[in-house]
Design a protein around this ligand. Structure first.
Ligand code: FMN
Ligand code: SF4
Length: 518
């Protein structure tokens, strides 16, 4: 059998030099006259080990990483094609602690299989869920998803089954499934990883959603900053169509479902579901007032399921293994697993899928290994640019929607960004207001005007101009934005601002000029 070498084609790995490594491996194979198959797999998500090259040996896969192009010659000299020892030797990938401790349900195949091989997908449990779904009634599929406890992974945590039931129960001549792959939150990359590393999982999840609700057409709205994900998804859709996974007779059944990939134009607000629908319709992405809900009147005025990539990609495993299996993981009303994306100033950045319920401290200190700079952790922003900053004092908070809400925070898309003690939280608060001002769609006053006023107030505070007055003003402004904004961009910007102010008050009281001069 010819050797198989796995070199990730995932854009995270590419950014760390995977393409140069692949080139060096190809050159070395040619020079040594060795025939081998190079598979461009996705990433397993341990980015501190990327580019992580694996070889399939008689004793299973052996990983090496992080591999530099200059390592390639010596890897061959050490017999890496049969798992030989080398300074980059990591052993079996699933024994690497960062990977071994995870519970991989949604990401089970990511980094393992060839992303564009449908045979590989099927050999690893792919299409079992869809096969089950085509034999069920739509109502039973919806029941299964509802009973699994799956909640939207895009940010709001809304129960997926209830959303699907609303669309199922709304009659119309045409219905749509829209996948939200705008992934604009800072520190998040789970959607991208799945689309590049296991695209059929998303296609399967969308096809199941279509059959469950009576929708025959799907759109995947991918942010323009993800050209690799766009390319992989487009190829995967074509392959799925040719194989009869998509089309007029899904897996030979009487159900029809097809989909297209659409590319966004680079606005954070187009991740908000109604702005996304406007953008898909070819308009400027602006938030729509609700009601009507997209489930009643969505894309082109038709009932529409709009779900995040991870929500949809989690459905196949639910339909394969059953609602009870999935629901068994997690805590409280947060059921199943969540792919936590650990980023920022952290020693071990990457994607860590685990059942809900780990504490924030475990995630940051144990899994993430603390800061990359080695300095103490000062704050962790959870849930993207609209998420709250958590101080160490709140590290006992379990990763669970309700537990985070109880501490005035949110899980959002489960991205966490770590900051060390050199972070200036007043600057971070100003950044949140500035971000909101830049990204505001302009439809409502609290967000459009409030965010700009917020930047001005925080600038005055930084200059120590009547600080108590500015603090009172920004608190009042945040209250207005929180309760008066039409969507969560203006409505949640107060979370990072107020959490920074409440948990790190010293940063909001700059040293008096006289003292600083001493
Ligand atoms: C400003 C803003 C940006 C958002 N960006 C995204 C995004 O990039 N991806 C996403 O899935 N949801 C995003 N959301 C949430 C969506 O509006 C919506 O809740 C989600 O797509 C529903 O899917 P889910 O139920 O599967 O989470 C955003 C919301 C707001 C207010
Ligand atoms: S809160 Fe901001 S982004 Fe949302 S509708 Fe209002 S102006 Fe637009």
């Amino acid at each position: 059998m010819i050797p198989r070498i796995y070199i990730p084609g995932d854009s995270g790995a590419l950014a760390l030099g995977a393409e140069k490594v692949a080139k060096a491996v190809r050159a070395e194979l040619a020079e040594r006259g060795i025939e081998a198959k190079i598979v461009r797999n996705g990433s397993r998500g341990a980015y501190f080990l990327e580019p992580m090259v694996e070889v399939a040996t008689a004793n299973g896969r052996i990983a090496y990483g992080p591999v530099k192009p200059s390592d390639v010659k010596s890897l061959f000299d050490c017999g890496f094609l049969t798992g030989g020892h080398h300074k980059r030797w990591l052993g079996a990938p699933d024994k690497i602690p960062f990977l071994a401790r995870q519970t991989r349900l949604t990401f089970a195949r990511c980094g393992v299989t060839d992303p564009l091989s449908l045979d590989h997908y099927k050999a690893h449990g792919g299409l079992n869920g869809l096969q089950n779904a085509v034999a069920m009634t739509p109502a039973d599929i919806v029941k299964q998803v509802t009973e699994s406890g799956l909640r939207g992974r895009g940010g709001a945590g809304f129960p997926t089954g209830i959303k699907w039931k609303t669309v199922l129960d709304t009659s119309a001549d045409r219905k749509y499934i829209v996948c939200n792959a705008d992934e604009g939150d800072s520190g998040t990359f789970a959607d991208r990883m799945i689309m590049e590393g296991d695209p059929f999982a998303l296609i399967e999840g969308m096809a199941i959603a279509g059959i469950a609700t009576g929708a025959t057409k799907g759109f995947i709205y991918i942010r323009s900053e993800y050209p690799h994900a766009v390319a992989v998804m487009q190829k995967a859709v074509e392959i799925a169509r040719k194989a009869g996974v998509l089309g007029v007779n899904v897996l030979g059944s009487a159900n029809s479902f097809d989909m297209e990939v659409r590319v966004g134009a680079g606005a954070y607000v187009c991740g908000e579901e109604t702005a996304l629908l406007d953008s898909l319709e070819g308009k400027r992405g602006q938030v729509r007032a609700k009601p009507p809900l997209p489930a009643h009147k969505g894309l082109f005025g038709k009932p529409t399921v709009i779900n995040n990539v991870i929500s949809l990609a989690s459905v196949p495993v639910i339909m394969d293994k059953g609602a009870a299996f999935y629901k068994d993981f997690g805590t409280g009303r947060s059921r199943g697993t969540i792919p936590i994306q650990i980023a920022g100033n952290v020693k071990y950045p990457g994607l860590y899928e685990a059942a809900f319920g780990m504490t924030l401290g475990e995630i940051v200190d144990d899994i993430g290994g603390g800061t990359a700079t080695g300095r103490p952790v000062k704050a962790v922003q959870v849930g993207g640019p609209l998420g709250a900053y958590f101080p160490r004092a709140l590290f006992d908070t379990p990763f669970d929607y309700e537990a985070f809400a109880a501490k005035d925070g949110l899980i959002g898309h489960a991205g966490i960004v770590v900051f060390d003690d050199s972070a200036d939280m007043l600057k971070q608060a100003r950044f949140a207001m500035e971000f909101c001002a830049i990204e505001s769609c302009g439809k409502c006053t609290p967000c459009r005007i409030g965010s700009t006023r917020g930047v001005e107030v925080l600038d005055r505070l930084a200059q120590n101009i009547e600080p108590e007055k500015q603090i009172a003003l920004v608190t009042d402004l945040c209250n207005t934005m929180k309760f008066g904004s039409l969507c969560a961009l203006g409505g949640f910007t107060p979370y990072p601002v107020m959490s920074a102010l409440n948990h790190f008050p010293d940063d909001f009281r700059p040293t008096p000029v006289a003292e600083a001069a001493e």
